[in-house]
Ligand binder design. Structure first.
Ligand code: ADP
Ligand code: MG
Length: 272
């Protein structure tokens, strides 16, 4: 049905369940008296870029932290390719193919760009703990190929501390890809970036999603970026999933607009 949005509890009209990589059902988490996440459920398919939006305090980061194992849910189920994730340690979930990029830059500033990616490849190969010397030669060709994919090969030998902020984010993306994730969680990946850089980073992510069949769940404040790059959008408000649908349907939905911005306001789409 064109224009109709699925509400929590509806069967998904996208057939997502048939080939879902990630399935989330009835997820809940409270902190003391605060219900941060209440009965949230959604699916994510390989090759899909799903945006999670909602006002501050809606429960987005709490949801992300339950998906990556940092927080244990009070209720619900999470499965990746049919394997339950709840109760596993973050590192095990990471090993199963759930990668993440961070709100705070997490690269090693004193290492060069290529060394950062080599470190990630080394860690992926379960060799962390070995001496740094062998690491210097570790899979340099693979590291450079990853840097090429994120448009950073020409800066491979610069220390990360010398990079522009947007370029650090690209390196972070290469670092995340070094682990060859099936699912990449990006909680506010463009925080602190200029509008044009935001759009570039998400366009790059989208291209990588298509190339690799990767699934991405991301949060983003700029509605321009969400509407331009998400395949599908889910909306949280006060911990509850209030709507999900294609970007255009979400943009036009009066309930979403009312909850997201307060009554009477519409989505603004400022241009960079
Ligand atoms: P968002 O990422 O959408 O801004 P959060 O998931 O960070 O929202 O927060 C959802 C709610 O849970 C908020 O009311 C927040 O204050 C609360 N919250 C989040 N983390 C904690 C915590 N560690 N302890 C107590 N309350 C928390
Ligand atoms: Mg948050």
């Amino acid at each position: 049905m064109v224009g109709a949005l699925a509400r929590q509890g509806d069967p998904t009209p996208w057939g997502c369940c048939l080939n879902a990589l990630l399935q989330v059902r009835h997820l809940g988490k409270s902190f003391g008296g605060v219900q941060a996440v209440v009965d949230v459920g959604f699916d994510l398919a390989p090759g899909e870029m799903l945006a999670m939006i909602g006002p501050n305090g809606a429960g987005k980061s709490t949801t992300f932290n339950m998906l990556n194992g940092q927080l244990r849910p009070d209720q619900g189920h999470i499965s990746l390719q049919g394997q339950a994730l709840i109760g596993r340690k973050p590192r095990d979930i990471w090993r199963m193919g759930v990668g993440r990029t961070f709100q705070i830059a997490e690269t090693f500033a004193t290492l060069t760009v290529v060394e950062n990616v080599q470190m990630a490849l080394l860690s992926h190969d379960h060799q962390l703990g070995s001496m740094w010397r062998p690491a210097a030669a570790h899979r340099q060709g693979d590291a450079l190929r990853l840097l090429d994919q994120v448009g950073m090969k020409n800066q491979a030998d610069r220390p990360c501390s010398a990079l522009a902020y947007g370029d650090v984010k690209r390196v972070e993306l290469a670092v995340a890809l070094a682990h060859n994730p099936k699912l990449l969680l990006m909680d506010e990946p463009t925080a602190g970036m200029a509008p044009s850089e935001r759009s570039e980073l998400m366009a790059l992510t989208k291209a990588l999603v298509a190339q690799r069949g990767l699934a991405v769940l991301f949060t983003e404040h700029s509605m321009d970026v969400v509407f331009a790059h998400a395949d599908r959008v889910i909306v949280l408000a006060r911990g509850r999933l209030i709507a999900q649908g294609k970007p255009q349907d979400i943009r036009d939905d009066p309930q979403v607009q009312a909850v997201y911005f307060g009554s009477g306001k519409t989505f603004e789409t400022p241009r960079a």
